[in-house]
Design a protein around this ligand. Structure first.
Ligand code: URA
Length: 230
């Protein structure tokens, strides 16, 4: 939210007073004096006017989890364990999942309370590749890579998928890099060839690689460097 809107939403300041506070350079966001009314304030920002703290700012939190099979990518589920059940962290209701995985898909799952950051990771516009190791029931033919690169028509959404890269690893295994995360996207892409996906594991999301030291079900906080890379 813009700083002028943030301040004028408080009952104590009207718009004119907000303009004055900014002009008089009395507003400090994260330790820096702010006079631009468009300056963005986030829930993680500390906001002060003179020496009074108006918003303490929440710590941003970022985790990578090795999702095991048999758990749901949701914050709650009436039947099955969820990925959030695997986290031993406070205030879990503030966290969300950046890019869901199916019940039996394993691999890299990012969980955070920073929506602006997670959107950069998942939005197709940023073109960050999501890389999957795939195992299929039938052999994977050379025509797959061409079709995936050209894009496949998904009638339900009435769209053509963005170009995807397929690297064959064996007769029924491959590495697939996609830049979107449509519903069941990988399974539907192979489904185009009537080939069932029997194993699916996410290895990477943009610059973030699943830490091989994490066993299924384990997680760790992202490093500052990993957070900065997104
Ligand atoms: N595509 C799928 O079909 N399933 C997943 O879990 C992830 C991508």
């Amino acid at each position: 939210m813009r700083i002028d809107r943030f301040l004028s939403n408080l009952p104590r300041f009207n718009r004119k007073q907000v303009r004055l506070l900014l002009v008089e350079r009395r507003v400090v966001v994260d330790g820096v004096t702010v006079s631009d009314p468009h300056h963005e304030v986030r829930v993680f920002s500390q906001v002060r006017v003179d020496d009074e703290v108006l918003q303490t700012g929440k710590p941003a939190r970022y985790f990578m989890l090795h999702k095991p099979q048999g758990c749901v990518s949701a914050t709650s589920d009436p039947q099955h364990p969820t990925v959030l059940d695997l986290l031993d962290e406070p205030d879990k209701d503030e966290l969300h999942i950046a890019g869901r995985l199916d019940f039996n898909t394993t691999g890299l799952m990012i969980i955070t309370n920073d929506g602006q950051w997670s959107r950069r990771l998942t939005q197709p516009q940023t073109k960050l590749p999501k890389v999957y190791w795939v195992e299929t029931e039938q052999g994977i033919g050379p025509e797959y890579a061409l079709a995936f690169r050209a894009g496949l028509y998904f009638a339900f959404e009435d769209l053509t998928t963005q170009p995807a890269e397929l690297q064959l690893l064996g007769p029924t295994t491959a590495r697939l890099s996609i830049i979107e995360g449509r519903y069941h996207q990988v399974k539907r892409m192979f489904g185009h060839f009537n080939n069932k996906v029997i194993g699916l594991h996410r290895e990477r999301m943009g610059p973030l690689m699943l830490d091989t030291a994490l066993a299924p079900g384990e997680y760790r906080a992202l490093t500052d460097e990993e957070i900065r890379q997104v």
